[in-house]
Ligand binder design. Sequence first.
Ligand SMILES: CCCCCCCC/C=C\C/C=C/C(=O)SCCNC(=O)CCNC(=O)[C@H](O)C(C)(C)COP(=O)(O)OP(=O)(O)OC[C@H]1O[C@@H](n2cnc3c(N)ncnc32)[C@H](O)[C@@H]1OP(=O)(O)O
Ligand SMILES: Cc1cc2nc3c(=O)[nH]c(=O)nc-3n(C[C@H](O)[C@H](O)[C@H](O)COP(=O)(O)OP(=O)(O)OC[C@H]3O[C@@H](n4cnc5c(N)ncnc54)[C@H](O)[C@@H]3O)c2cc1C
Length: 665
Amino acid sequence: MEDGVDHLAFERNKAQFDVEDMKIIWAGSRQDFELSDRISRLVASDPAFRKDDRTTLDRKELFKNTLRKAAYAWKRINELRLNEQEAYKLRSFVDQPAFTDLHWGMFVPAIQGQGTDEQQQKWLPLAYRMQIIGCYAQTELGHGSNVQGLETTATFDPKTDEFVIHSPTLTSSKWWPGGLGKISTHAVAYARLIIGGEDHGVHGFIVQLRSLDDHLPLPGITIGDIGMKFGNAAYNTMDNGVLRFDHVRIPRNQMLMRVSQVTREGKYVSSNVPRQLVYGTMVNVRQKIVADASVALSRAVCIATRYSAVRRQFGSHNGGLETQVIDYKTQQARLFPLLASAYAFRFVGGWLKWLYMDVTERLQANDFSTLPEAHACTAGLKSLTTTATADGIEECRKLCGGHGYLCSSGLPELFAVYVPACTYEGDNVVLLLQVARHLMKTVSQLGSGNKPVGTTAYMARVEQLMQYHSDVEKAEDWLKPNVVLEAFEARASRMSVACAQNLSKFANPEEGFQELAADLVDAAVAHCQLIVVSKFIEKLQQDIPGKGVKKQLEVLCSIYALFLLHKHLGDFLSTGCINPKQGSLASEQLRNLYSQVRPNAIALVDAFNYTDHYLGSILGRYDGNVYPKLYEEAWKDPLNDSVVPDGFKEYIQPMLKQQLRNARL
Ligand SMILES: CCCCCCCC/C=C\C/C=C/C(=O)SCCNC(=O)CCNC(=O)[C@H](O)C(C)(C)COP(=O)(O)OP(=O)(O)OC[C@H]1O[C@@H](n2cnc3c(N)ncnc32)[C@H](O)[C@@H]1OP(=O)(O)O
Ligand SMILES: Cc1cc2nc3c(=O)[nH]c(=O)nc-3n(C[C@H](O)[C@H](O)[C@H](O)COP(=O)(O)OP(=O)(O)OC[C@H]3O[C@@H](n4cnc5c(N)ncnc54)[C@H](O)[C@@H]3O)c2cc1C
C-alpha cells in the first residue's frame, strides 16, 4: 500500500470466512499455495520483469523486450535451480506470451507423447536444456480445424532413407504456429505421410528449421512472422509464423513413431494404438487451457470487484457518501456469476487434470477405453470455459465503466491476450461438435447393453430423466444439490435425445448432423455445463477446512448453477424439466445469494492471492487507491512528454492560421 492506506480495509473486515484458508482451497493445496505465493512475489519484486511500459512499445521493441524477459527468466530458473513446476509458475507470472510457451507447452509434450523411447532420449535433453527451441507446426493457411485436410507432404525416399518435406501449394504453408516466426530452431511439423505414392494421413515430424550457428533458415526453408494481431501489445509479443518447405530432407528417424512406424524398407506399420493419439498433444493442451481459464477470469473478476467497491456513483443523501457501484443489484447480477464461474472453472480444471493423468496412465498400459471420454471432456470444457472467460473479461471491462477501457485498467490487454483461446487448440464450435458426436454415439448405444460411463453415466437413467419434473416448491429448494443436479441432468439428456430422434429422421446421418448442427451444439453445451455443476457439487462433498469457507463455496456453487439456469431458462422450460413458477423461484433465490456474497466479495477475490504486478491494473490494486494512481499514470503517457505534440506545427497550426485568415476576410 503505497500511501499506507488500505481503502478496501472496511470491505475486508466484513468477510465472514477465513481468507487464508480460502487461498489454500483456490491454490489446490498448502504446498501449491506456498509455491505460487513465493514465485509470484519473486517475479513481482524483480524490476527486470516490469510490464507497465508494454502498451507503449512498438512491435520490434515489444518483441525484443519479450526475448530479454524470456532469456532472463531462463537465467533465473537455472540460478535458483527451480524444478519444472516452479519454472512453469515463474514463466506464467512473467505474464507475457512468448515462444517459450510453445516450446514447453507443445513441442516438448509432442515429443513426450508421440516419440518412441529412443526419440525421447535423443531430443528431450536438448529441449530441456533449451539447446534447441521448438514449436508446434500443424495449422496451414488453408486448413486449421480440418487436420485431415492438411496438405504438407512427407514423402519417403527409400534410396536415402529420408523423408522429403514439401509445401506443394500456397495453402499448404504452415501459418500461425507460435514461436515459429523468428525464434524456433526446430518444429514438430505435421504432414501427410506418402510412401510409394500411397497417402497414410497426417503424422508428426521433427524438422530443423534454422541453423544452430547463425540462426539463418536452412536450405529449402522460407520462414517469417505472419504480422500484427488483435490488440496493441497483447499477443504481439509472440512470433506466430509462416513456413514453407521446398523438398527439405530429414532422416527417417525424425518421424514421431510411437503411434506408427516406417521401416527402412518403407513399410508402414501401425502400433496397436488408436491413430487419434497423433492428436494427443492437443488433448494435453486443451486440459491445461481449462485450468488456465479460471486464472484469466479470476484476474478480471478481481479487478472488477475491487473497483466496484471503490467506485461510487449516485445515491448521496444529505451530502453523505454516494453508493458503491457494487451495491447496485444489476452490478451484482453481472459480476457475482463471473466470480462464481471463476471458482467453478478452478474446480473443474482440477478434476480435468486428474482425468488427463488417469487417461495417460491407462494409455501407457495399452488401455484405450477412456480416450473418447477424455477427448470429449477436454474439447467440451475447453470450449465452454474459454468462451465464458473471454465474454466474462469483456463484461468485467464494462463493469468498470469508462476507466475499464484504459489500458492501465489491465482489462483491454487481458481480453486481447485471452480471446484467441476461443480459436486456438480447436475452434470452440468445432470442438462442441466433437462433444455432440460423442453424445449421439452414447444415446445410440443406450439400448445395446453398452453402459454409458464417466461424465455420460447419467444417460443410463435416461428413462427416469425423460419422466422427470422438478419438485421445487419454494426458493430454498433450489439450494439442494440434488435438485439442481437432476434438473441439469434432465435438461442435458432431453436435449441429446431430441437431437438423436431428429437425426434418425435423416436417411443420411452425416447430412442430418450438418442440418442439426446448431441444436447439437446446444446439447453439447448443456452436457458440458452439467459437468461443471456436478464437479463443483462433488468438490463440496469433500472435507473443506477453514472457518466459513465451505459455506461461501456452497453459495458460489448455487450461484453458478442458478445463473446458468436463469440464462438458459428457455432450455429448461422447453424440455419441460421445470415450470415457469420454478424458474422465477430460481431467480428469487439467486437474488438472495447475491446478497450473501456481497459482504464477502472482496475477500473472495483476495483469495486468488494475485500480486499487483500480476494483476497489472490500477483499478484492481490491492489497496484500492485508484484515483491518485490513475491520475499519476496518465502523465506517463508518451503523448504527455511534450506539452505541444509533434505534428502540431505541421498540420494543426496551418489549419488554425487558415481559419484565422478566413475569419479576418
Ligand atoms: C495455459 C497453458 C497452456 C500452455 C500451452 C501454450 C498455449 C499457447 C497458445 C496457443 C497455442 C495454440 C496451438 C494450436 O492451436 S495447435 C493447433 C490446434 N488445432 C486444432 O485444435 C485443430 C482442431 N481439429 C481437430 O482437433 C480435429 O481435426 C477434429 C477433432 C475437429 C476432427 O478430426 P478428424 O480426424 O476429422 O476426426 P473425426 O471427426 O473424423 O473423428 C475421428 C475420431 O477421432 C476422435 N478424435 C478426434 N480428435 C481426437 C483426439 N484429440 N483425441 C482422441 N480422439 C479424437 C473422434 O471423436 C472420432 O472418434 P469416433 O467417433 O469414435 O470415430
Ligand atoms: C493466437 C493463435 C495461436 C495459434 N497457435 C498455433 C500453433 O502454435 N500451432 C498451430 O498449429 N496452430 C496454431 N493456431 C491455429 C489454430 O489452431 C487454428 O486457427 C484453429 O484450430 C482454428 O482453425 P481455423 O483457423 O482453420 O478456423 P476455421 O476452421 O477456418 O474456422 C472458421 C469458421 O468456420 C467454422 N467451422 C469450421 N469448421 C466447421 C464445421 N465442421 N462445422 C461448423 N463450423 C465450422 C468455425 O466455427 C469458424 O467460425 C493458432 C491460432 C491463433 C489464433
